[in-house]
Design a protein around this ligand. Sequence first.
Ligand SMILES: Nc1ncnc2c1ncn2[C@@H]1O[C@H](COP(=O)(O)OP(=O)(O)O)[C@@H](O)[C@H]1O
Ligand SMILES: O=C(CO)[C@@H](O)[C@@H](O)COP(=O)(O)O
Length: 568
Amino acid sequence: MDEKEKYVIGVDFGSDSVRAVLINSADGSCIASDVFYYPQWSKGLYCDEHKNQFRQHPKDHLEGLEATIKNVIQNSQIDSTLIKGICVDTTGSSPMPVDEFGQSLAFSEVFQHNPNAMMVLWKDHTSINEAQEINELARGWGGDDYTQYVGGIYSSEWFWAKILNIIRKDEAVKEKAFSWMEHCDYITGQLIGITSPNELKRSRCAAGHKAMWHESWGGLPSSSFLAQLDPYLSDLRGRLYEDTYTSDEVAGTLSEDWAARLGLTTDVVVAVGTFDAHAGAIGGEVEENTLVKVMGTSTCDIMISSKEQLGNTLVKGICGQVDGSVIPGFHGLEAGQSGFGDVLAWFKNLLLRPVSSLIDQSQILDIAEKEKLKTELSKKLLKQLSEDAIKIPPQDSKIVALDWINGRRTPDANQLLKGALQGLEMGSDAARVFKSLVESICFGSKKIVERFRSEGVRIDAVIGMGGVAKQSDFVMQTLADILEMPIKIAQSDQAPALGAAMYAAVAAEIYPDTQTAIKSMTNGFDKIYHPKEENALVYRSLYKAYEELGAFVENQTINKFTTVNESI
Ligand SMILES: Nc1ncnc2c1ncn2[C@@H]1O[C@H](COP(=O)(O)OP(=O)(O)O)[C@@H](O)[C@H]1O
Ligand SMILES: O=C(CO)[C@@H](O)[C@@H](O)COP(=O)(O)O
């Protein structure tokens, strides 16, 4: 056996599916990969789109964890004793209530169908009021402004707002929720069998970006601050964590139970968990002054900055700057859009749902044919719309769209904001509306680039990855034209999972640090989209129209919100 032959596994929990990759640590080559779509989630269980409620049952995740890891081991046909490390990344902030043993409440009989006992997915926006309350208190309570390292605005997508919302509306969950865990910590705890809320090593990335953890004020916000929101939160503080850990560190080794289930040994090292986007930045060779855009359901826009370069800058309106959230020793900066691929998925569903109902009612197709047709339409619709839209030159774009269909994450989080379409006329066919939506998500990206720059963060290069980057030439070319910068696309189809595998290789002591792991295991880039000057010029003026529509909608929303509040 080659002395150097060692393998690592990266597991990436996305919004709809979990992906695992088995990677040769010597050169980063992907030996096997597997995808598992969450069964309960795909049926829409425990969600209510109209209330922006998105919950996931951890049964989906644990089934997926087992299936994907087993499959990559089996498909790789390698000797499983050569597997040395695993690291898990997940979406976030996606917290869930757990009992004193760190087990999800959703596995108990009483709570098995209660969405409040499940994982609250990042895109659940039911806690807008609680986020607002946290913001007002943080600014006015007389102590540290705990939002200063998370862009100055606490979001309803995040940890404390979600917990506050649920414990206020569900007394039974509140009573049994001994502690709360981010998804990445929960899964890691399951794998190593250290689930006790006080013992499990919690992710620095999750704590710093979403729970206002910062060394300067001794970790999580103080009990007296939390008590003003709710006494439950100040008690909870003592049942959460003080220290946090970066993902190059060991969380533990595989438990006997999971080793047996997966066919691995208990020597396999499990690294501390992290978020998908931050692992993606690792998988995409992040470096200073480079913006890594993970473009899937949403976008996460990740940068790193040395302490010297960032100095005392507090970047306004982003999702935080956290020491070690990407590469230990550097500050990780996160921004992003709450809807990216999701904006296009919304339009796809708008067209597909009535058509699917008609197919179901059809007398001329049997059940199997109906299912086949629906699957085919669903698979091909975005590609078809893109082919049609690409034929429309930018100067013919007459519709202006706003991408805030799932609220605005950055710059300046505001989940009350909604999407909009302006300039519809009789000739506004599906391709034209689709094109305007694509332009809107790219303009949203430009807003983020401009914010980083105006706050003094230099961006010299852009790297793209994720489902949209890999599947849509149309979106990527439009983005390059609008950003007026080339965009390099990471070669790996599973860059976040690859990044997680790199962390695993460091935790398993195959490499001394994250940067060395990146150099040795990178998969490089497979495409570059260069901006087309003639399009860039047109988009400069369309961007102004996008900004004007944005300002109008934002003003309307503020007025509406103020009027509603005053009338209560
Ligand atoms: N051809 C396409 N054009 C544009 N967007 C696409 C296309 N195919 C898939 N998408 C979008 O990609 C997103 C899924 O991205 P992916 O990175 O796979 O998942 P996740 O966000 O769960 O990590 C969906 O929102 C989907 O609408
Ligand atoms: O917000 C974060 C990380 O901070 C993401 O987990 C969230 O946007 C979800 O990512 P996906 O769009 O599902 O890839």
